[in-house]
Write a protein of this length. Structure first.
Length: 323
């Protein structure tokens, strides 16, 4: 036992190992003997071109006595049908016990991984096929792309009415612990972008903080608008901001909650060095540490492929000549 393995883990492994060699499903006959109508359905569905499955003359021309079932049909002759598989008594005996033990260990999900057949003789119409299933091996716990799990390998033995083996099937499934689902974070509500403010969001995507400036009177304005409120000019350009400012005002939002944000949510009015004010979020600070007038610096967040927004956090002191 390794240093990281507990007694309970070892005991659980021993309980699983005890199933190796045990019969999971007792020998069970198929519902119907091998028959031509079922062979015809299979051949048509699988688009099997070999005539020996439906044409007796073609089969005899190959040295066979009559038509033969496709080898890959062997499992179909013993399937119980959907109704039987969902009845409580369907999972009985060793199979039910093994599944219960795997569920106990958290291996509640299953996926088939591979199947290997060995065909002893061809199956013909009239054969009564039965199957028995025995546990071949149960692997140690392994990490897979689906989650941590164990590979359970069983051996199915197919027999005819006389008890002679016609085929065997090594059947392997992965019983695994389903990985916890990580829900993607919700995106922020999208802003209404129009002809008047598109330039601001385009600059933000480039991580540039700009402010609109009237080219007639040189006054700055934010939020953007088509007309200067000072001189009523419609002519404007932009000024790129330093990204530094101070906290003018703020609120702490608790409700209503939106899944795109962390709460409590700090919503601030930041006064930029250039003189305009911007409504944004505060980050990197708790409500208890927020003070009016505290120095702030811009940071950038990407919210989806087409939206980048400025938020503000505490500014680090600018270096001085002495430092």
């Amino acid at each position: 036992m390794s240093a990281g393995t507990s007694y309970d883990d070892r005991q659980y492994d021993e309980r699983l190992e005890a199933f190796v060699g045990r019969v999971l499903n007792e020998r069970t006959p198929g519902q119907d003997p091998v028959n031509l109508p079922m062979i015809r359905h299979w051949v048509e569905a699988m688009e099997v071109a070999n005539p020996v499955h439906l044409d007796a003359d073609a089969a005899r021309a190959t040295g066979r006595d009559d038509v033969v079932a496709p080898a890959s049909m062997i499992q179909a002759w013993t399937m119980r049908g959907y109704a039987a598989t969902v009845r409580p008594q369907a999972a009985a005996g060793g199979f039910q016990e093994l599944i219960a033990l795997l569920d106990e260990g958290g291996y509640t999900s299953v996926v088939a991984t591979d199947s290997e057949f060995d065909f002893v003789r061809e199956v013909v119409p009239g054969d009564e096929i039965s199957v028995e299933e025995v546990v071949d091996s149960i692997s140690p716990e392994k990490a897979t792309g689906l989650g941590v799990g164990r590979f359970v390998t069983t051996m199915k033995t197919y027999r005819d009415g006389a008890g002679e083996v016609v085929a065997t099937q090594r059947w392997r499934t992965l019983r695994f612990k389903p990985a916890a689902k990580v829900e993607p974070r919700a995106e922020r509500p999208k802003p209404a972008i129009n002809l008047d403010n598109a330039f601001w969001f385009e600059a933000a995507r480039e991580r540039r903080l700009v402010v609109q400036r009237c080219t007639s009177c040189q006054s700055l304005r934010h939020p953007p608008g088509p007309e200067c409120p000072e001189c009523q000019s419609f002519e404007w350009d932009t000024v790129e901001c330093s990204g530094r400012g101070t906290l003018y005002s703020y609120v702490v939002a608790h409700h209503p909650r939106h899944p795109a944000f962390d709460y409590p949510l700090l919503i601030a009015v930041v006064e930029l060095e250039e003189g305009t004010r911007l409504i944004t979020n505060l980050t990197g600070v708790t409500p208890e540490d927020v003070t009016i007038g505290m120095p702030l610096a811009v940071q950038w967040i990407d919210d989806g492929p087409d939206l980048t927004l400025p938020v503000f956090g505490p500014a680090t002191p600018e270096p001085t000549e002495e430092s």
